[in-house]
Ligand binder design. Structure first.
Ligand code: SAM
Length: 269
């Protein structure tokens, strides 16, 4: 399983037809996605007995569910956004907005020295950097290029020298690992509301991903939405696989629910 996924995520970008790729990414919301994510979505349909146009449509639908549905087009502009404005309006951060101080104080508990946060699948969460303890550094990793640009524009304007966003896919596992390993000091990994998107493109990837990266950090904070944003109905998933994985290979530190989001904090053993 591990090698199969590693092979797929390493070699897919050499296979996809450029014309098809260009057609899929013609839409603004997909135009700056990391190529590997587009390829991962395409492979779900490339062998279907249907027309190329249909396959392109199906690929766009899947990309819509994994990426675009969280970020409305108004955030995909290369311009400066005020932190409060965007955090209150983006679907991933709006319900969290008023709880940032509480959430971060729980996650950063007992981290006394300056630490670096790797926010994987960051969305616009980099705009919450001013809620971090003084002296912390931030690296946001995000596949939607427009969000990477707007976070960097914000850091630049606010002169936050220790914060940056980078344009990578979480399927570029080796690059992500290299990036984390390269940094010194205490490291904290955020994976807020992103594992479900990874599972949509590659079932079973989250587990492999966690097994590879948790040991590179001092703490990992994962979150899941507990309520549907649109219908407001409670999700019935219990994430048993994750708790099994943590009890087998890692150490559970804390878990709590705030603002329709469940947080699970753990570390290497
Ligand atoms: C539900 S949003 C959560 C955003 C942020 N973590 C938060 O909770 O505020 C999921 C984010 O993960 C990003 N994402 C999904 N799959 C990704 C991948 N393979 N690589 C990088 N980013 C990804 C999406 O573009 C989107 O911005």
């Amino acid at each position: 399983m591990f090698w199969c996924i590693l092979f797929k995520t390493t070699f897919f970008n050499k296979i996809m037809d450029t014309e098809i790729y260009n057609k899929i990414t013609k839409r603004k919301q997909f135009s700056q996605l990391c190529k590997i994510d587009v390829e991962m979505a395409w492979k779900h349909f490339e062998n279907r007995q249907t027309s190329t146009e249909d396959k392109i449509k199906l690929t766009r639908n899947l990309l819509g569910k994994s990426f675009a549905m969280f970020t409305s087009k108004r955030f995909l502009k290369s311009k400066f956004f005020e932190a409060e404005w965007i955090l209150k309006r983006h679907s991933s951060t709006s319900e969290r907005f008023e709880f940032y101080p509480e959430i971060y104080s729980k996650i950063f508990l007992r981290i006394k020295e300056k630490a670096i946060v790797f926010d994987l699948g960051a969305g616009v969460n980099g705009f919450s950097y001013s809620y971090f303890p003084k002296g912390f550094s931030y690296v946001g990793i995000e596949s939607l290029g427009q969000l990477v640009k707007s976070m960097n524009l914000y850091f630049e304007k606010k002169k936050f020298k220790n914060a940056k966003a980078m344009h990578f896919s979480l399927f570029e596992l080796q690059k992500i690992k290299k990036l984390i390993k390269k940094e010194k000091g205490k490291k904290i990994i955020f994976l807020f509301k992103v594992l479900d998107s990874l599972e949509m493109l590659e079932k079973g990837y989250s587990k492999i991903f966690l097994e590879e990266i948790v040991n590179l950090a001092d703490k990992v904070a994962i979150s899941f939405a507990t309520r549907s944003l649109i219908k407001k109905t409670k999700f019935k998933v219990n994430r048993k696989w994750l708790f099994n994985l943590i009890s087998l290979k890692f150490k559970l530190i804390d878990q709590f629910e705030i603002g329709n989001e469940k947080y699970i904090i753990f570390s290497k053993k």
